[in-house]
Design a protein around this ligand. Structure first.
Ligand code: ATP
Ligand code: MG
Length: 418
């Protein structure tokens, strides 16, 4: 026998017993987004590699070691999108959408060649939102309040908000020197990753997940003490809006985000309930990206939610949403019954459009069909034999109580609508 082909490591099937939760979560998220005037945008999963190198940054984990890059048959260098922001900006630029303000969202798979573990996969899913053409900090605050509302809508607890400002490009460059001087003085305490980043991307050292780096990072000079006046003022305004809206947050001076395009406001929603993969939602301002990609500068801010982590957290907090159940399962035994069961089902679907009805297919005895009905979780089993067909009636068994009644075909829609 031929060997069974298995899926790629870190790329998971999402099976029918969990897709109802995904659907319910996605629907809830979309409702909140559309309530703030965000519109969906869909852009390709594959883009030119250059797009990601130029936006995310050459010296980032993603570009250095996580991208799925390949040569197209005509020799083009292409990459499976590792995140959505770059493609979203590209699409907005290309389609002339940046002449006016935009509030956009997208949802779909992303690809990163990371070491698979709980909460970290090679194909994972993000819901992202981006706003273009707003200088902030009001839009920053709105976006953060909107994420808080997403959690409220999902009855999600156990997440907390961390905030920081990365300042202007100039402020960040000046701080970079301060940081290099500090880490150079402690060079022997740096782990391998940090050694490598010392001169290429020293801010990223602060983001290290290595516990051995914790003390050194905590004692490092803080970016928030080196902010330019404008960023400082905007950050204070942002905090004031969040304060007056009654939203709790913690200012985390070591929050730098892993991607190069961020400046000014950055934020993360984090949890202690998912082990070390604790960031559920992450975002920030990236005003310089459009220009970096060759467009006319446009203010921009966005965030992305890791849907696997969000759903894992809902499960951990015992807050998975209600999912729809089957209303009725129609069993049919006998020549006449078999002949008219599908037709009866179609009539019922016309009469009650929202009805979730499974029609038994493939024959079998009443006993075996009842077993299926039971397993389907249906509220009612509808029972059709030749006698029922002759009298234009049907047996209706309420599964929770085991009670069974005979109902005429005419009365059935009313019965099932209650
Ligand atoms: P992390 O620090 O956890 O590696 P990141 O900074 O690389 O995250 P972003 O690029 O900001 O993550 O992506 C936004 C969100 O997408 C993350 O907060 C997380 O919830 C989710 N995410 C990122 N990478 C993965 C992955 N490999 N598997 C599952 N979810 C992921
Ligand atoms: Mg990462």
């Amino acid at each position: 026998m031929a060997e069974i082909i298995r899926s790629i490591r870190g790329m998971n099937d999402i099976l029918p017993e969990v897709t109802p939760y995904w659907q319910a979560v996605e629907t809830a998220l979309k409702e909140v987004l559309s309530g703030y005037g965000y519109q969906e945008i869909r852009f390709p999963i594959v883009e030119k590699t250059e797009l990601f190198c130029r936006s995310i940054g050459e010296v980032t984990d993603i570009v250095e070691k996580e991208m799925y890059t390949f040569a197209d048959r005509n020799g083009d260098n292409l990459t499976l999108r590792p995140e959505g922001t770059a493609g979203c900006v590209r699409a907005a630029m290309q389609n002339g959408m940046l002449n006016q303000t935009q509030r956009l969202w997208y949802m779909g798979p992303m690809f990163r060649h990371e070491r698979p573990q709980k909460g970290r996969y090679r194909q994972f899913h993000q819901l992202g939102a981006e706003a273009y053409g707003f200088n902030g900090p009001d839009i920053d605050a709105e976006m953060i309040l909107m994420t808080a509302r997403l959690w409220k809508k999902l009855n999600l607890t156990g997440v907390s908000l961390q905030l920081n400002s990365l300042g202007s490009t100039q402020a960040r460059l000046a701080y970079r020197d301060v940081l290099i001087t500090y880490f150079e003085a402690h060079q022997d305490e740096l782990d391998e990753d940090s050694q490598r980043r010392l001169h290429s991307n020293p801010l990223r050292i602060l983001d290290s997940k290595n516990p051995a780096m914790q003390a050194l990072n905590e004692a490092a000079p803080k970016l928030i003490d080196h902010l330019d006046d404008e960023s400082k003022q905007e950050f204070e305004q942002l905090c004031q809006i969040l304060d007056s809206a009654g939203l709790d947050y913690e200012i985390n001076p070591r929050l730098v985000r892993g991607l190069d395009y961020y400046g000014k406001t950055v934020f993360e929603w984090v949890t202690d309930h998912l082990g070390s993969q604790g960031t559920v939602c992450a975002g920030g301002r990236y005003d310089s990206l459009v220009e970096q990609l060759g467009g006319k500068g446009a203010a921009a801010i966005g965030f992305a939610i890791g849907l696997e982590r969000l759903i894992a957290l809902l499960e951990a907090m015992d807050s998975l949403p209600e999912t729809p159940t089957i209303d009725a399962y129609l069993v049919a035994v006998g020549e006449q019954a078999n002949q008219c069961s599908l037709q009866l089902a179609e009539t019922l679907r016309d009469q009650i459009p929202a009805l979730k009805l499974i029609t038994h297919c493939g024959g079998g005895s009443f006993k075996s069909q009842f077993k299926r009905a039971d397993r389907s979780g249906a509220r009612w089993t509808l029972i059709l034999g030749d006698d029922e067909v002759a009298q234009k009636v049907i047996g209706v068994k309420t599964m929770a109580t085991g009670e069974q009644e005979t109902v005429t075909w005419d009365a059935l829609p009313t019965y099932l609508s209650k």
